[in-house]
Design a protein around this ligand. Structure first.
Ligand SMILES: Nc1ncnc2c1ncn2[C@@H]1O[C@H](COP(=O)(O)OP(=O)(O)OP(=O)(O)O)[C@@H](O)[C@H]1O
Length: 611
């Protein structure tokens, strides 16, 4: 049902959005309810005085009626403006809270739950208009209550029996509307997953990233059909619900019409026999219509609030959602890495229903050294580095930073000591400069690149071997790396697209921008580069890595041979660890992988890539 606490929270959001607007809106609501009642009584007086000039002065009453009519004409426009403006400003407050809450989810687990994604989608919808709809509903109820009281009072004066009958007619409507609103909220929840799939297919059809494959493989028709199926299913659910609404509302409307029709016959008959004046009949007709309209408005608003409340439960679920990674009770500062990182009997799976990815990994990553992880696809290399960044906690075992469990360190401070290029690095539709600057944004600093950042950004680009390429772009570092957005909204300034290897270098530049990172993680950092470029970047990165701890993952084993420690993962365990020459001599998993790969290259290439 409607929760008072949740309603109060919704009102607080709207209040924060626009205090003055809300105050005026609150004042106008009862006025908007009183004006029609006043107009009906003034009309009755005017009619009675026209019929009986001895009844009193008519001019003042007519003037008052004219003034009330002006109010009646103006108030709805003002209310509409206030409603829309409050809706916009409340959405700013609500969405800010919502995305601050998702930002507080420091891990990845919750975002990977489909049920959470469904809740998130409804929460976004509720955040956009939930609080303001709730306030609209409340003020709509205030307005309708004033209107109802005025007209019901009028009806009681004219006919208490009719007043009781019309009021009783509202009870079934109230019950039916509340049921309908619950069903509507249930229906929205049920069609949620399908609507998300529909949006997914629709976005594929227009996505630039997907455009090549979709055109080459002629997938447009398939995805369009799948999108239409999802849309059709959602539409069918909505249609079925709306038909039910129409049926119920038609029945209620017939009940209302029968009551007002019966009332009209009674009033006219009574007037004929002299029991009512012409003005009485006019005010009676207006009162019956007014009571019915205000009852319907009251019920509509109540149902609207009820439905917003149901949607707001999803919003509040997200806003109040507990951290997905437990916060340390007594956080310790994260000191610069001195001894190293230890994985102690680390077991990990992505969920109870998923297989184990790591099964008791014991590994020491010594400070200042380069450790390479090798293994077949799916061996768990990327999973291991995600655990190092604490995107998940180990299911069992522990990871220790200089002997301190990662769970005891503030996660943001820990991450401030880590630089990483992930296999699925991001390509931002922003300028080249911003694409690198994002590697070291001060959370409390400005939201744009400062002039004094330019030298550091260029330096990072040099280290990643992309500086000259960026300088050669039409607007240098200010060039948009996007064909989706133009620079500063200027259509003539459409951006450029980089090649895969160039993007990879930009991602590397982003990760090497901050100087003070103790741990550098490079998960396939040069997969998109040609052999010569790969060698070039390896040399540049070797300089940058000197003295830093690094964890390297690459399927091109030749690039890893200089690592201080090469660790082979298989079956979720460390099966071998040592230097390149020792592992070749041991003739185990690494040697087999290395020889298979070397055999795939011509001798000259093996020389080039394996040194
Ligand atoms: N977010 C996830 N949810 C569920 N399973 C996952 C997730 N990410 C990875 N996996 C599974 O974990 C296993 C290890 O994946 P991981 O990406 O760590 O392997 P990898 O050794 O890095 O492989 P590759 O060499 O192909 O990059 C795979 O079986 C994969 O399906």
């Amino acid at each position: 049902m409607i929760s008072i606490a949740r309603t109060a929270r919704a009102v607080a959001v709207v209040w924060r959005g626009g205090r003055t607007n809300l105050a005026v809106y609150v004042l106008l609501a009862p006025i908007a309810g009183a004006l029609p009642v006043l107009a009906a009584w003034l009309t009755k007086l005017v009619l009675d005085r026209v019929a009986d000039p001895a009844g009193g002065a008519i001019l003042q009453v007519a003037t008052a009626l004219a003034i009330v009519s002006v109010g009646l004409a103006l108030v709805p426009h003002l209310t509409n403006y206030l409603r829309a403006d409050l809706g916009r400003s409340a959405a700013v407050v609500a969405l800010d809270r919502l995305y601050a809450a998702t930002d507080r989810l420091t891990g990845l687990r919750r975002l990977e739950e489909p049920a959470f994604q469904n809740t998130l989608r409804l929460a976004e919808q509720a955040g956009r208009d939930g609080p303001s709809r709730c306030v609209d509903g409340l003020l709509g109820m205030v307005q309708a209550t004033v209107l109802l009281t005025g007209f019901l009072g009028t009806l009681v004066v004219v006919s208490p029996v009719m007043a009781a009958l019309v009021a009783a007619g509202g009870v079934p409507a109230l019950v039916a509307e509340l049921r309908l609103s619950r069903r509507r909220a249930d229906m929205l929840w049920e069609i949620g997953p399908g609507e998300r799939r529909e949006m997914f297919y629709a976005s594929l059809l227009t996505s630039l990233a997907a455009a090549k494959e979709i055109r080459l493989l002629r997938l447009g028709g398939l995805f369009r059909r799948r999108m239409l199926v999802e849309l059709g299913t959602a539409n069918a659910a909505r249609r079925s619900h709306e038909r039910r609404e129409v049926r119920v509302q038609a029945l209620l409307a017939m009940l209302g019409a029968a009551l007002s029709g019966g009332g009209l016959v009674w009033a006219v008959t009574t007037a004929r026999s002299g029991g009512l004046t012409v003005g009485d009949v006019a005010v009676f007709v207006a009162a019956v219509a007014g009571v019915q309209t205000s009852l319907a408005t009251l019920i509509d608003n109540l149902a609207g609030i009820h439905q917003s409340m149901l949607l707001l439960t999803h919003y509040e679920q997200v806003v109040t959602c507990p951290p997905d990674l437990p916060e340390p009770a007594r956080p310790r500062p994260v000191p610069p890495l001195r001894r190293g990182i230890e994985l102690r009997d680390v077991w990990f799976r992505y969920g109870p229903e998923h297989p184990w990815v790591l099964r008791g990994v014991d590994l020491f990553i010594p400070a200042g050294q380069a450790v390479a992880l090798v293994g077949h696809n799916g061996a768990g290399k990327s999973t291991l580095v995600k655990l190092l960044c604490r995107f998940y906690d180990p299911t069992r075992g522990a990871i220790l930073w200089d002997g301190v469990d990662l769970r005891e360190l503030p996660v943001h401070d820990l991450r401030a000591r880590i630089g990483a290029v992930f296999q699925d690095y991001m390509t931002y539709d922003l300028t080249a400069e911003e694409n690198i600057w994002l590697g070291d944004v001060d959370p409390n600093g400005p939201d744009h690149v400062r002039a004094e950042d330019a030298a550091r950004i260029a330096d990072a680009a040099r280290r990643a071997g992309i500086h000259e390429t960026i300088e050669g772009l039409p607007r240098g570092y200010r060039t948009m790396l996007s064909r989706v957005f133009e620079l500063d909204g200027d259509p003539a300034d459409a951006g450029v697209l980089l090649s895969g290897g160039q993007w990879q270098r930009v991602a590397i530049a982003r990760s090497v921008l901050p100087e003070a990172r103790d741990l550098l993680i490079l998960d396939e950092p040069s997969a998109g580069l040609d052999a010569e470029a790969e060698r070039d970047i390896q040399l540049r990165l070797r300089d940058h890595r000197a003295g830093r701890t690094s964890v390297l993952i690459s399927h091109r084993l030749g690039t890893l041979r200089d690592a201080d420690l090469i660790v082979a993962l298989s079956g979720g365990r460390v099966v071998e660890a040592g230097r390149h020459d020792d592992l070749l001599a041991a003739d185990g998993t690494y040697a087999a992988l290395f020889r298979t790969q070397a055999a795939g290259y011509a001798p000259a290439e093996v020389e080039a890539t394996t040194g």
